[in-house]
Design a protein around this ligand. Structure first.
Ligand code: TYD
Ligand code: MG
Length: 450
C-alpha cells in the first residue's frame, strides 16, 4: 500500500493547495482547508472504515490567539465567563427561583441586541406580555429583543435558525421538550436530550446558547448534575433573595477559569454590577462591637473581605445551642473544641451563634482564625481593633498555619483601609500593613483579652 501525500482542500470551492494556511489561496475563504491524503492505495478493509466526518489536524496548524468573544458590557458577567460570550458555546445558568436568572439573561439580551448581535429570548415560563413588563423595569433598552413563547425544541431551533440569532437564551431547560421523546418536560430524559440537541445546534450552526436551569432541592440542576457534563460552562446565581447582593459563580468553564465570581446588586431597574466587589460584603459593618472579625478570602483570583459575627451567650437548660449561618456547623464544632482545649476558653454552658454577613459561605480554612477571633471577642465582650484583619488556618493542635495568596489578600485589605493583620508566624512574604504574628491560638486569646 503506497503512503500517498498530503494536500489541503478547501471545503468551500474545492481547490487544493500543498500547504496549510488560515485562508484558501483560490477563493480567499477563512478556515475552510482540510488535510487530505492523495495518491494512496486503499486496501479493501480500509475502504470500509468510514471516511468523511472530521479530519485530524495538527495543533500547530490551527490559528493561535484565543477565541472570539462577545462582550455584553455587564462587567461582572463578562468577567465570570472569562471575557465574554464565546460563539458556539453552551452555558447553563442555574439558581433558585426568584434569584434573578431571567432578569440577568434579559439584560444580556438587551445589551447584545444594542451591540448589533441578533439574539432570541425564548421563554417557556412567561408569556411575551409578562416579559414586556419585566423589560420595562430595566435600565437597559430591551425593546429590540426578539422574544418567543415556545416550549417545543424543534420550533425553538427552527426560529433561532430563521432569525439567524447569534445568541439564543432559553428560559428554562425544564420547560422545554422534544417531540422525539415521550415524557413530560422537566424529566431527566427530556432535559438531557434537549440540552444535548442544543449543544449540537450550537456547535454546528455556531450560535451561543444560554440555558436557565432550576436548582432542585438537593442543589443540583435538573436532577443529579445531569446537565453539567453536557454543557461548556456552568454558572450558579446565588445569594439571599431577601438581600440585595447576588453572586454569579462559575463552577465549570471550558473557556475561562472556574470559581470566579461576579457580584451584582438587585435594584428596582434590574441587576447592577458592583463596582468594588472586594468590599461589597463589608458595607453596613459597625466597628466597636464585640464578636465581629474581618477576613480576606479568595474567590477565584479575586480577594474578598467578609465579616464574621459571633455571639456567645449563657445557655439555658439542656444542651447548649450551636447555630452557624454561612459556615459548616461541623467546622464550627471543630473550632470550638480547639478554642476550648488549646485556648483555654470553655464553651460548655454557652450558646454559640456564628453568622457570615452578606450571605457569603465560608469554604476556605483560611477563615478559621477570623471565626475564632470573633468567638474570643464575644466571650470577653471586647471588640477587636476595627482596622484589623484575621487570616489563617487553625490546626487541631491550635497552631496557626500560613495560607496561600497572602500578598494578594492583604494588598486588597490595605486598599480598603485595614492597617493590621493577625497572621501565622510562619507566613512568608512582605505585606503592606502591620503584622501581628501568631504561633498558636493561645496567643490569639491572650492578645485579644489584653
Ligand atoms: P427573576 O429574574 O424573575 O428571577 P428567576 O428568573 O431567577 O426566578 O427575578 C426575581 C426577582 O427580582 C423578583 O422577585 C423581582 C425582582 N426584581 C427586582 O427587584 N428588580 C427588577 O428590576 C426586576 C426585573 C426584578
Ligand atoms: Mg425566571
Amino acid at each position: 500500500m503506497s503512503k500517498g501525500r498530503s494536500v489541503f482542500r478547501c471545503t468551500d470551492c474545492g481547490a487544493e493547495q500543498p500547504k496549510w494556511a488560515g485562508k484558501c489561496d483560490a477563493c480567499g475563504a477563512w478556515n475552510t482547508l482540510v488535510e487530505e491524503v492523495v495518491g494512496r492505495k486503499v486496501g479493501r478493509s480500509e475502504g470500509r472504515t468510514g471516511a468523511g466526518g472530521a479530519t485530524p489536524v495538527q495543533l500547530s496548524n490551527l490559528p493561535t490567539g484565543g477565541v472570539e468573544r462577545w462582550k455584553t458590557g455587564l462587567a461582572e458577567f463578562d468577567f465570570v465567563l472569562g471575557g465574554g460570550i464565546v460563539p458556539g458555546s453552551v452555558t447553563l445558568v442555574g439558581g433558585e427561583p426568584g434569584i434573578g436568572k431571567s432578569t440577568l439573561l434579559m439584560q444580556v439580551a438587551a445589551r447584545l441586541e444594542t451591540a448589533g448581535i441578533p439574539t432570541l429570548y425564548v421563554s417557556g415560563e412567561e408569556s411575551p406580555d409578562q416579559l414586556r413588563l419585566r423589560a420595562d423595569r430595566l435600565s437597559e433598552d430591551a425593546g429590540k429583543i426578539h422574544v418567543l413563547g415556545e416550549t417545543r425544541l424543534e420550533a425553538i431551533v427552527h426560529h433561532a435558525a430563521a432569525l439567524r440569532a447569534r445568541v439564543v437564551l432559553l428560559d428554562s431547560i425544564q420547560t422545554t421538550y422534544t417531540e422525539e421523546l415521550e415524557g413530560a418536560p422537566g424529566n431527566v430524559g427530556q432535559v438531557r436530550e434537549c440540552a444535548a440537541r442544543l449543544m449540537r445546534f450550537a456547535k454546528e450552526a455556531g450560535p451561543a446558547v444560554m440555558l436557565v436551569g432550576h436548582v432542585t432541592k438537593g442543589g443540583g440542576i435538573a436532577g443529579p448534575k445531569t446537565l453539567e457534563h453536557i454543557v461548556d460552562t456552568v454558572l450558579y446565581f446565588e445569594g439571599e433573595s431577601t438581600l440585595d447582593h447576588r453572586i454569579l459563580r462559575a463552577v465549570k468553564n471550558r473557556f475561562g477559569s472556574v470559581d470566579e465570581i461576579g457580584v451584582f446588586r438587585m435594584t428596582g431597574a434590574g441587576l447592577e454590577p458592583v463596582a468594588n466587589p472586594a468590599a461589597a460584603f463589608l458595607a453596613g459593618r459597625t466597628t466597636g462591637v464585640s464578636g465581629s472579625a474581618v477576613t480576606a478570602l479568595m474567590e477565584g483570583t479575586r480577594p474578598m473581605l467578609v465579616e464574621i459575627q459571633a455571639l456567645a451567650s449563657k445557655a439555658g437548660f439542656g444542651t447548649p445551642q450551636r447555630v452557624a449561618t454561612g459556615l459548616d456547623h461541623r467546622r464550627l464544632a471543630v473550632l470550638l473544641a480547639i478554642l476550648e482545649r488549646r485556648g483555654g476558653l470553655p464553651f460548655g454552658n454557652l450558646d454559640v451563634f456564628v453568622n457570615v454577613t452578606g450571605g457569603v459561605r465560608l469554604a476556605e480554612p483560611s477563615t478559621d482564625l477570623a471565626v475564632l477571633a470573633a468567638l474570643v471577642s464575644s466571650v470577653h465582650d471586647r471588640p477587636v481593633p476595627g482596622d484589623a484583619l484575621f487570616v489563617g488556618e487553625v490546626g487541631l493542635g491550635g497552631e496557626v498555619r500560613p495560607v496561600a495568596g497572602v500578598e494578594r489578600r492583604l494588598a486588597e485589605a490595605a486598599r480598603q483601609g485595614f492597617r493590621r493583620v493577625f497572621l501565622s508566624a510562619r507566613s512568608q512574604g512582605t505585606v503592606p500593613i502591620e503584622v501581628v504574628r501568631l504561633e498558636n491560638i493561645g496567643e490569639l486569646a491572650r492578645r485579644l483579652a489584653a
